[in-house]
Design a protein around this ligand. Structure first.
Ligand code: NAP
Ligand code: MG
Length: 411
């Protein structure tokens, strides 16, 4: 320090649950925290290290504890984590192939994930007419991801049946298809409760963002399954019609084909709630349509009003191996920074501490201004219009953000 008087730290009233993670994002996480968060905020963090070693050592209890802490304190911020596959079990000498931490947290919070790109004026989306972010809300329960399927290898009949618990005698049976040869069948399911939670989370999020909410399924073809989704959304909307009116936003239901066509030629600026599979596909389409994974944010919103913020990308393993081998890296830290600012803004709104909200706004503006002035990591060099050759390293980009943030906060 240069002897000048340090500005006093901004007090954050209630704690934030902080979850550390793995690989390159762990390196970035520590830099962001020590250089841009701790110097300016008087903040109590409830820390959970979700790094793979710690998950293994605790039998993954630490992930469950972290999720319960988010339920208790209402706001969490998470670094990307490894979901171990067989290769990782060997690499880290794990006692078990632990489940995806995000899946575990989502099951406990029962939330919906909203993914939103960060837009900058000099980064042109591949889709030319997109001017404002498109946020995808993906239902994260059932459907294709819990399907039961079967391969048919000889002629025969297939049926869908339901037997009520209290009366095993009554079974509802629907003919599916009479096979004359080989083929495949699949059964999927969802629950009214989960669909309703999804609808409520989507509406709460739209109201909090003050943006229109779109929902789309194929109800013209699936007159029971897809219609159930549409009807539950409509019921939930009726209950909050006044809130939507007050916020000056609309709820739009439209057939999925129509929605896709309108999204591609629209300018963005709305939230698009989608069923599990549609959301999986469309979130990758929207992410690449906007540019880089390093600019995609993600928030898990639970029906009881808890929020967990993270970057949408993973632990950037390829860059981490380079870093470990002593090579210079240029990993984009912006989505991780916005995970912090998202959590801080929400904390500030919940605590009614405008100075904390202002800190988050200032931080985001500093990052956007920096990128718009041409200071970027390697992934953005080709997305900038016109493309540029020079780029920052992982560390130098964060240093520049820290320096600009210090300047902005003094001013
Ligand atoms: P990834 O970490 O998202 O990285 C895939 C590729 O995308 C990178 O190799 C890099 O491309 C580019 N990329 C992603 N984020 C970037 C950033 N911030 N800056 C610059 N480039 C970026 O996906 P993955 O390699 O498939 O997965 C790695 C690990 O992350 C896995 O163990 C997986 O389980 C985990 N994962 C965790 C989460 C989560 O915690 N939310 C989500 C997804 C994956 P180039 O190599 O071409 O530069
Ligand atoms: Mg996907």
């Amino acid at each position: 320090m240069t002897g000048e008087i340090r500005m006093s730290k901004i007090k954050v009233k209630n704690p934030i649950v902080e979850m550390n993670g793995d690989e390159m994002t762990r390196i970035i996480w520590d830099l962001i925290k020590t250089k841009t968060i701790e110097p300016y905020l008087d903040l109590e963090l409830k820390e959970y290290d979700l790094g793979l070693e710690k998950r293994d050592a605790t039998g993954d209890q630490i992930t469950i504890d972290a999720a319960n802490a988010i339920r208790e304190y209402g706001v969490g911020v998470k670094c990307a984590t490894i979901t171990p596959n067989e290769g990782r079990v060997k690499e880290y000498n794990l006692t078990k192939q632990w489940k995806s931490p995000n899946g575990t947290i989502r099951n406990i919070l029962n939330g919906t994930i909203f993914r939103k790109p960060i837009c900058m004026t000099n980064i042109k989306p591949w889709v030319r007419c997109w001017k404002k972010p498109i946020t995808i809300g993906r239902h994260a329960f059932g459907d294709l991801y819990r399907c039961v399927e079967h391969k048919i290898t000889r002629p025969g009949e297939t049926k869908l049946c339901f037997t009520p618990d209290e009366d095993k005698e009554i079974t509802v049976t629907k003919e599916m298809f009479k096979f004359e040869g080989n083929g495949v069948i699949m059964g999927i399911h969802n629950t009214d409760k989960s669909i309703r939670d999804f609808a409520q989370a989507s509406m709460s999020y739209a109201l909090s963002q003050k943006q229109d909410l779109w929902f789309s399924v194929k109800d013209t073809i699936s007159k029971v399954y897809h219609c159930r989704f549409r009807d539950i959304f409509q019921e939930e909307f009726e209950l909050r019609k006044d809130d939507f009116e007050k916020a000056g936003i609309k709820y739009v239901y439209t057939l999925i084909d129509d929605a896709v066509a309108r999204v591609i030629r629209g300018e963005g600026g709305f939230i698009w709630a989608l069923r599990n599979y549609d959301g999986d596909v469309m979130s990758d389409m929207v992410a690449s349509g906007f540019g880089s994974l390093g600019l995609m944010t993600s928030v898990l919103v639970s029906p009881h009003g808890c929020f967990e913020y993270e970057a949408a990308h993973g632990t950037v393993t390829r860059h981490f191996y380079k870093h470990r081998d002593g090579e210079e890296t240029s990993t984009n830290s912006i989505a991780s920074m916005f995970a912090w600012t998202g959590a801080l803004r929400k904390r500030g709104e919940m605590d009614e501490t405008p100075e904390v909200v202002k800190f988050a706004d200032t931080y985001e503006k500093v990052v956007i201004d920096l990128v718009e002035s041409g200071v970027v990591t390697k992934d953005l060099t080709q997305l900038i219009d016109p493309p540029i050759a020079e780029y920052e390293t992982t560390q130098s980009f964060i240093d520049k953000v820290a320096a600009k943030l210090e300047e902005a906060l003094k001013g």
